[in-house]
Unconditional design. Structure first.
Length: 154
């Protein structure tokens, strides 16, 4: 499980001793941003689309693939339709999510070309703030799927 920043940063060394990586986004976000999502005073700072979190996910994926192992991703981010194209474009091999989210996630994956997902991810990784990233992802989702995202976790 890649759930803490040090595991993501030591990805190459860990990948040599593993058959696969599973990125646990809930803990990775919490520990990267030093935000307890259960603490109502600071929970609003818990942001999965923070550039640091996304870079740690990408580092983990790249380390895994360099070392010949696959990468799964679980947690709330795996069920977020705004994240689907981004995660596929970053090279995540498998998403583990609740049954309720599967139809929407599956629809997105089936409707997007891998080359487009990679370009999408590259663009997102170049953005520098959560607000920019969330705005881009929301607008892109609406443009591609013709509606606002009503399935997004809060």
């Amino acid at each position: 499980m890649v759930e803490i920043p040090s595991a993501a940063l030591a990805g190459d060394a860990l990948a040599k001793a593993c058959d696969f990586f599973s990125i646990g986004t809930n803990d990775l976000i919490q520990y990267t941003l030093a935000v307890d999502r259960g603490n109502e005073k600071i929970a609003h700072l818990y942001k999965g689309f923070h550039p640091a979190v996304l870079k740690l996910i990408k580092l983990s994926v790249d380390a895994a693939h360099r070392n010949g192992i696959w990468v799964g991703l679980c947690g709330e981010m795996a069920a977020d339709p705004l994240a689907t194209m981004l995660l596929v474009g970053m090279g995540v091999d498998e998403l583990s999510t609740s049954g309720m989210a599967i139809p929407e996630i599956k629809k997105i994956i089936r409707s997007v070309r891998l080359e487009d997902a990679k370009a999408h991810a590259q663009h997102v990784l170049e953005l520098s703030s959560v607000d920019e990233i969330e705005r881009f992802l929301s607008e892109d989702y609406a443009k591609r799927f013709g509606k606002d995202n009503k399935n997004r976790p809060t």
